[in-house]
Ligand binder design. Sequence first.
Ligand SMILES: Cc1cc2nc3c(=O)[nH]c(=O)nc-3n(C[C@H](O)[C@H](O)[C@H](O)COP(=O)(O)OP(=O)(O)OC[C@H]3O[C@@H](n4cnc5c(N)ncnc54)[C@H](O)[C@@H]3O)c2cc1C
Length: 463
Amino acid sequence: MNLKDKRVVVIGTGIGGSGIAALLAKEGADVLVLERNPYPGGKAATFEREGFRYDTGVHWLARGEQGPLGVIRRAVGGGLRFKALEPAMCVGVGGRKTLLKQDMVSRAELGRVFDELGVHSENRAGAFAFFEDVMRPRTEQQLAELDDLPLSDYLARFTGDPQFFLFVAGFIGMYLVVSPKHASTAEFLICFAGEARARNLCYPIGGMDAIAKDYLDALKRMGGEVRFDTKAARVVVEGGKAAGVETAAGEIIPADLVISNSGLKESIELAGRRHFPAGYLETADKLRLSLGAVSVKYALDAEVVSPHLTYYFPTPDLLDTQTGIFCPVPSAADPALAPPGCQMVLAGAPAPAGLDDPDKADRISQAILDKIENTMRHLFPDIERHVVWKLRTNTRYTAGISGRFSGEVIGAAQSCFQVGRNRPANRTPIENYYLVGSDAGGRGVGTEMAAQSALNLWRQLKG
Ligand SMILES: Cc1cc2nc3c(=O)[nH]c(=O)nc-3n(C[C@H](O)[C@H](O)[C@H](O)COP(=O)(O)OP(=O)(O)OC[C@H]3O[C@@H](n4cnc5c(N)ncnc54)[C@H](O)[C@@H]3O)c2cc1C
């Protein structure tokens, strides 16, 4: 398609929406982005409070410059930079701890990690074989054959070692945020092998919102426009084709192409269910979403938390009071995110995403948040003495920020039967109406999947 001077309206400034907006402006399209919030980034936004900058989510990135986030940056001439730190992370499993390097798969490194985590000696061969198989080069076809194999079944082919299972479950939680019995093996392989090959587990300089801001700055340099505080209320459909967007203020904006970053289910409602075939609606209604997450943001007056990234699983006897956590320290990658000598620390844990009964969801969130705080005190006994402020966020908060019906971390879950060929496509049944973001078309870890979705759509549209 010749995109020159095509009028494009993008709904949303998540990573997918910002990315596609800049990529299409590069092709000469006339791009307008509408964002309901007064700030960009969606789930990957960043706020400021008393000299600290904190993210809405709890993020660390799998490949940074070497993955699709970097591909978009280079394509649109952005200045986004990422910082990788060594060791890659601290893993605490069942009362034991190890430091994982960016080199996650050499035999010597893995042997040390298995020793420190207490993988039983008779299970070592299976554990090594698992990583060898994960790293084996695979064609698209070979990956597609593993799309619908539950990861727990794949793992069971190698070893049933409980420490090893918890270790791998941590990665599944970090990448896919679904249970091992639902997670797609192919998606896990793509995420883990991608990260291990790149050796660049990292964080964006400036905070997570630096990604969307970088793409939107590129868009503006190329003549595009972004309107904040502007909610899209309806996608105008005429004669089976998208013809524009009506804002909540009642303004009708005509468009040749409408691209929604608002999630599949929400995008269907924006255009009106009556415009979609029954089969499409049935599939969308049945889509399983990834889990949600709750988080505690800690602004600290000293450097209390080390190393810069921890994931931790308590022993079963501690589960009444503790929870597994993912705990990045963004200010370790970018000291400007906290005042000198201080630390910005995030701690998150999975929680049910659904908000059908918001009061019940809030009660569950509160209980998990209490466990996160107990866990942080257990791991970093000094932490409470150094708190400048603390912020607890729940799944309602995530839903509010991303404009979605529920508070899932990623979007449509990367579970069996809804990845690869079964992933919702960028193209919708309504002509000139497209989806972009973690729900549509991509593969990989959350932010990277949103960026990959934008790259895929860009390639489809420019032909
Ligand atoms: C707690 C948490 C932890 C995470 N951890 C990681 C991690 O460690 N690594 C990783 O890679 N990923 C992680 N993710 C996932 C990642 O943040 C998301 O997958 C990704 O940011 C989603 O991008 P998106 O393009 O799909 O859009 P979203 O972020 O969902 O943004 C959608 C945008 O559209 C706007 N919008 C919606 N409806 C309308 C409307 N009607 N009108 C105008 N605007 C609208 C919203 O306001 C929002 O700005 C995490 C997410 C969360 C919540």
